[in-house]
Design a protein around this ligand. Structure first.
Ligand code: GLA
Length: 350
């Protein structure tokens, strides 16, 4: 484990980059946003590549990152019109995506500097990231003490353990926004990656990407990934939901529901490199996003420009707009309770 200087923010704050190795994986993490800057893995011939989209300098992250690799909070995904009522009080949080709030507002956890410490534990090693989100930060009630642990295990897993406590009732929905391309960042589209998602239902959205409240069957729609298929197979089907998301940008209702221990929810394989990612989580939902808004406007560390469909994200989470949807699993956290969420990425080759 090692730490180096990565850059300096406009206000003079220094940002570190940490390198962690374990199980054949190399992870580089910034203290800014807890961003996973690179994630290096061997392919079936042992050739290593960085499979996470990102930038090689801090200025790009600050100027125009679409949440590359970042920790997302206090509320991942959308809250309709940035408004919700909790215990009779109405709160307004920043509107940052059309008429809605996205990913905790314009200065969310992805744009904050975290306190980072390295650790080793037997064959495992990792980082503990901490920050205090003040009462009222981005309009959310309650002082939130947040801890995120990134662990690389000797058996090639990258595990994320989130926990948080509050001193006032609030809403919390934390996730990680890594953009994966298992063939290597900058290698082109992920249309031919094969994906399997253990979900019989998804949450359809309106034109502003807010769930309608319905849990719709995936059967007979482009959203049916119950059996592995190429990501691109149905991506050009003119289904209303595909048009609203400009591709896949939807929350899947994971069959296993909210669980105390992480359970398998998805597998993605790149047939060319053979790299596989198996995902397990405690969360009841997962936003499957196909990099629809990557618009060819900037390049990553490989020197190649990122275009629409060059990556996929598996954002484990509670459902979007839960604060306004009593029928969805609750995202409310109260004093005395501890928010906990775990997601495990198991890497391998086929
Ligand atoms: C999430 C959202 C998308 C998009 C990306 C970041 O995946 O659901 O609509 O905003 O974050 O660009």
């Amino acid at each position: 484990m090692s730490k180096e200087h990565f850059g300096t923010l406009e206000d003079g704050t220094k940002v570190d980059i940490w390198t962690v190795r374990g199980g054949g994986i190399t992870l580089r993490v910034l203290s800014y946003g807890g961003i996973v800057q690179t994630l290096e893995l061997p392919d079936r011939h042992g050739h290593r590549a960085n499979v996470a989209l990102g930038f090689d300098n801090l200025d790009d992250y600050v100027a125009h990152s679409p949440y590359f690799g970042a920790l997302i909070g206090r509320y991942g995904n959308r809250i309709a019109r940035g408004r919700f009522t909790l215990d009779g009080t109405e709160y307004q949080v920043p509107v940052s995506d059309g008429p809605n709030s996205l990913h905790g507002g314009d200065q969310g956890f992805d744009k904050r500097v975290w306190a980072v410490e390295g650790f080793t534990d037997g064959g495992d090693g990792g980082l503990v990231l901490r920050r205090t989100s003040a009462d009222g930060e981005m309009g959310f009630p309650g002082t939130l003490e947040v801890q995120v642990v990134y662990t690389l295990t000797a058996d090639a897993r990258w595990r994320i353990d989130y926990s948080a406590t509050t001193d006032k009732a609030t809403v919390v929905n934390l996730t990680s926004h890594t953009y994966f391309n298992l063939r290597g960042e900058g290698s082109g589209g992920v249309d031919d990656h094969e994906a399997e998602i253990a979900a019989h239902r998804f949450t359809p959205v309106d034109a502003t990407q807010i769930p309608t409240g319905e849990l719709a069957p995936v059967e007979g729609t482009p959203f049916d990934f119950r059996t592995a298929k190429a990501i691109g197979r149905d991506l050009r089907t003119p289904h209303q939901q595909i048009l609203y998301g400009q591709g896949y940008d939807h929350n899947f209702v994971l069959d296993k529901g909210r669980t105390d221990l992480p359970e398998h929810v998805a597998t993605v394989t790149d047939p060319v490199s053979g790299r596989t990612l198996r995902l397990a989580t405690t969360e009841p939902g997962m936003q499957f996003y196909t990099g629809n808004f990557l618009a060819g406007a900037f390049a990553g560390p490989s020197g190649h420009v990122y275009r629409q469909g060059d990556a996929f994200c598996l954002e484990t989470q509670h459902f979007p707009d839960s604060p306004n949807r009593p029928s969805f699993p609750s995202t409310v956290l109260r004093p005395g309770q501890t928010y906990r969420s775990t997601t495990v990425h198991s890497f391998g080759v086929s």
